[in-house]
Design a protein around this ligand. Structure first.
Ligand code: ASP
Length: 325
């Protein structure tokens, strides 16, 4: 049966070209969006050039528009979706879609590390692989996925790990869930649980702060105002903070601003293990919510989605604490 796949193009290196000076620049016309004959006979490709943005220009407002476009396509009977995207913030858009879509049809995000006219460009290849995965029945129920360099990753855990290498997307701690073989997807892991949360708007002023040795409360004090909706803190190691940050953090908590703690470590999960000043045990008792398994930028997306859905108190805490399952 011919599968109907919606290709949503949003920009990024996959849509760009290198000029005579070797600089990578956006094109007025996205070359990847002209590729209509891929998997001819097996897939009917429906193309939507929604945006032509470098991914540092992407915001939750565009992410919500992509989600709404997919909602509409599902109603029209689409079998799967591929989104081409710049790689810098690809993991954030992918995770946003993972959290906000109902997880009924495959949603696959891809991009490229080399622009469309560079030697060894990976754009067309990744696009083709992403279509294969989106059209594969075995891809249903995996949430949003990221397909790059012949690997299939969950949107929840994948992260960009290299500035230029084509093997940049990795899933630390858990590994990819599958690979792309010549004509199909092969899965060898499954997510146990899926958190989804429908939203129709996105809140602003959700921040991400990284801890460092000798940190004090200055950065937290900048957020001590009525606008701040929530803050994710990338803590040290298992989830600890320098003691000089604590008074400023307490002031944010006194304002009822939700504070989420993850680890700045590349591998592992945040836990309340240490019982010293600024240790995870004290932070949990103060009221910080530990979010296990997500990196800082993903935890920020999850907090933003939860707040946009109107979650608060224990419901928000529960939503944020269920990343590892
Ligand atoms: N800076 C580019 C972007 O994120 C990188 C890429 O697409 O690979 O748009």
């Amino acid at each position: 049966m011919v599968k109907k796949i919606l290709a949503i193009h949003t920009g990024g290196t996959i849509s760009m070209s290198q000029n005579a000076q070797g600089e990578v620049v956006p094109n007025a016309k996205n070359p990847i969006a002209q590729e209509e004959t891929i998997l001819a006979g097996r897939v009917q490709l429906i193309t939507d050039e929604m945006f032509n943005l470098p991914s540092p220009h992407m915001t939750p407002v565009e992410m919500l528009k992509i989600k709404q476009r997919i909602d509409q396509a599902e109603k029209e009977g689409i079998d799967g979706v591929v989104i081409t995207h710049g790689t810098d913030t690809l993991e954030e858009t992918a995770y946003f879609l993972d959290l906000t879509l109902p997880n009924t049809i495959p949603v696959v995000v891809t991009g490229a590390m080399r622009s469309s006219n560079e030697v060894g460009t990976d754009g067309l290849y990744n696009f083709r692989s992403a279509i294969e995965v989106a059209a594969d029945d075995a891809s249903r129920g995996n949430g949003a996925m990221v397909v790059m360099n012949d690997e299939i990753h969950t949107a929840r855990y994948v992260t960009k790990t290299h500035t230029t290498n084509v093997a940049t997307f990795r899933t630390p701690t858990f590994g990819p869930i599958g690979i792309v073989a010549k004509n199909h997807a092969i899965y060898f892991q499954k997510l146990i649980d899926q958190d989804t949360c429908d939203i129709d708007h996105v809140v602003d002023h959700v921040y991400l702060i990284k801890a460092y040795a000798g940190m004090d409360g200055s950065l937290f004090d900048f957020l001590d105002n009525d606008q701040t909706a929530g803050v994710v803190i990338e803590g040290l190691g298992a989830g600890n903070l320098p003691p000089q940050t604590l008074p400023a953090i307490q002031r944010l908590l006194d304002r009822q601003i939700p504070l989420v703690l993850v680890s700045r470590c590349y591998n592992g999960v945040a836990e309340d293990i240490y019982d010293y000043q600024g240790g995870g045990i004290e932070l949990r008792k103060m009221g910080l919510m530990l979010c296990q398994g997500l990196n800082g930028q993903k935890a920020r997306i999850k907090l933003l989605v939860g707040l946009s859905a109107g979650l608060q108190g224990d419901d928000l805490k529960q939503f944020l604490s269920t990343a590892v399952s």
